[in-house]
Design a protein around this ligand. Sequence first.
Ligand code: SAH
Ligand code: SF4
Length: 386
Amino acid sequence: MAPEALLNAEERERIRAKSALFDPPAARLADGRRELVGMRREEIAAEMLAIGEKPFRAKQLWHWIYHQGVTDFAAMNTIAKPLQAKLSEQFVIGRPGVTTEQTSSDGTRKWLFNFRDQQQVETVYIPDHDRGALCISTQVGCTLSCTFCHTGTQKLVRNLSVAEIVGQFMAARDSYGEWPTPKGEEGRRLSNIVVMGMGEPLYNYENIAAALTIIMDHEGIALSRRRITLSTSGVVPMMDLCGQELGVNLAVSLHATNDALRNEIVPLNRKYPIAELLAACRRYPGASNARRITFEYVMLRGVNDSIAEAHELVRLLADIPAKVNLIPFNPWPGSPYKTSTPEAVRAFAEVLNDAGYSSPIRRPRGRDILAACGQLKTATERAKRA
Ligand code: SAH
Ligand code: SF4
């Protein structure tokens, strides 16, 4: 192994050990029943063996859970009544609880979901004509404290479990009645997933990897890896693994073109500086001109939005199959930044376009329901206290 790979393996072990300190609670109810959502196929098969049933039951259950979307064993008409009863004594097929569900005038829908230990996360659906992306969360809070991010002000409580990650997608599907899973990938309302909600997914890698594996399974939700984009603030040692094992699209939260500024606004940069981050992007498996890496760039007025920085960005991305997503900063109460002026955003985008980069400016969506990541949760907590 190259020395670099060895170093990364060591780092990964350290990250895994730290992540384990924030493990979610066991997927078991007070009455002892276990959650089937989130179990791997082999785990379900082992459970069936353990209760004296044939392993092929796992295939049937998988179909009912992930293709049909049922939550009640009594609806599983390929399974005889006595076995339905036995299953319901031992297992549940759960969903996150819905604390609030709001739909914005532009169609954006936002949920505050709660879990069995009363922890909460946000999930957002962003429609786009006949399709739409669901933005899912991976942690309650975040250990990183990017200065422009509202989630960064909430300390990490814990990682989400596999069931809680998959459950966000399934509950959103419930909300749109999109069961059974539509044939093929065209015409789905929930056609894409962006792992861009609360938390840093690569600091909860095991659970997010297992969750996406379930979501991509052909006999269930069957969403292809090309329709999934994982966003990271730059956890370099985990990026290779993510590419090799999951092969999903990668989005990188860059936000600055020099280390001095990035150290300040994305503090993880002190550990994995820009040069290392971009090197990891260059070797990201599957990145090509047809599948570009998205660089996210939040536009902060007078901080990172100059023309000189746009040129520097072009220089940095020169040999990477890249597109740039310019995100107007979404202010939150007490945030230290202002949104760049529309002129500054346009001028910045023009430099990128002239250099041949597609650089869509993300329209602010759902402003009327507090779309900035992490805001709904805080607003709800404030309302509860008041
Ligand atoms: N932790 C991961 C994924 C969650 S954050 C990451 O940092 O990539 C998802 C995206 O939202 C990131 O690009 C982040 O920089 C951006 N973001 C966070 N707060 C924002 C705000 N107030 N306005 C605009 N974008 C924001
Ligand atoms: Fe965490 Fe991402 Fe927010 Fe940074 S931008 S604090 S990594 S959720």
